[in-house]
Design a protein. Structure first.
Length: 292
């Protein structure tokens, strides 16, 4: 490999395709997600592509752990084509996606894989925290951290006196997942969206890798909101909440959720099914609003 110090950086392609041509990914920067599509009929078609009924997609991060993609654990495949959307990839680090087709008889086909990286908020960017909704990804947004408190990790111990000994008997377990109290600055045009986020269930908090704050799923508990200026002429709101991590909600047998796209929006945009069929060349294009 020859490296020229003065050479311009390589432009990452918009659409990344696995070497076999079956798995494709498009990084969805506005939502910090990845659109995934598996087409067993692409390139050199997979033998018995018509018998592919489902496709199972996992994400592998820098730690080497396989994480099932929500909505693709597994996803249904129509005529050998399946789609998924990963709204939870780590930011600013490369990840590998692996797709395994499943045939009608329950057997599995060859694995397709590719690598992408979802950009993190750039150093110096004002809005440096993603708050993502697991169930309503269209509510997700980036906000500006103004205060990030101390990480607190509660100990889990049972202490009992021990007869005839000056030492206590201690039963212990691993510490609780560390929590942190955060305050974010929200502009007026986003405050209604944040209010909805606080009531929409499990959220995912993500910052840039340089902050050394691991991604955390959490359910907002008590939260505060304070106008930063005069009401009616405010410059924004300071919203405070605690990120108390919970386990990642189970991804198995979940439907695909795409930010800003649903059957309700399809119904509102098109008069009938003929109009839908005329607007989209394939089921995959309809499922992803033309992004594949």
């Amino acid at each position: 490999m020859i490296v020229l110090p003065g050479a311009p950086p390589v432009t990452v392609p918009d659409r990344v395709v696995s070497p076999d041509g079956w798995l494709a990914a498009i990084v969805d920067e506005p939502w910090a997600g990845v659109v995934l599509s598996y087409d067993a009929t692409a390139g050199t078609p997979l033998p018995a592509a018509a018998d592919v009924r489902r496709v199972r997609i996992v994400r592998v991060g820098p730690d080497g752990v396989e994480v099932p993609v929500r909505g693709a654990a597994p996803a249904w495949a129509i005529e050998g084509v399946g789609v998924a959307y990963d709204h939870e990839p780590p930011l600013g680090v490369p990840v590998v996606y692996r797709a395994t087709p499943e045939y009608a008889d329950g057997t599995s086909g060859p694995v397709s894989s590719l690598a992408v990286e979802v950009p993190a908020p750039a150093p110096g960017a004002i809005r440096d925290l993603w708050l993502k909704s697991v169930d309503e990804p269209g509510l997700s947004l980036r906000v500006h951290i103004t205060s990030w408190g101390e990480r607190e990790s509660a100990g889990r111990q049972d202490v009992a006196s021990r007869s005839g000994s000056p030492y206590a008997l201690v039963g212990y377990d691993v510490h609780a997942a560390p929590s942190v109290a955060a305050v974010v600055d929200v502009p007026p045009e986003q405050i209604e969206q944040v209010r909805e986020l606080m009531d929409c269930g499990v959220l995912l908090a993500q910052t840039r890798p340089g902050y050394q704050q691991p991604d955390a799923f959490f359910v907002p508990g008590d939260w505060t909101e304070k106008a930063t200026g005069k009401l009616g002429a405010t410059g924004g709101y300071a919203v405070g909440f605690t990120v108390q991590p919970v386990e990642r909600p189970a991804p198995e047998d979940q439907p695909m959720r795409l930010p800003g796209w649903s059957w309700d929006q399809v119904a509102a945009a098109f008069a009938d099914w003929d109009a839908v069929a005329a607007a989209f060349p394939s089921w995959a294009a309809l499922a992803t609003n033309g992004r594949v």
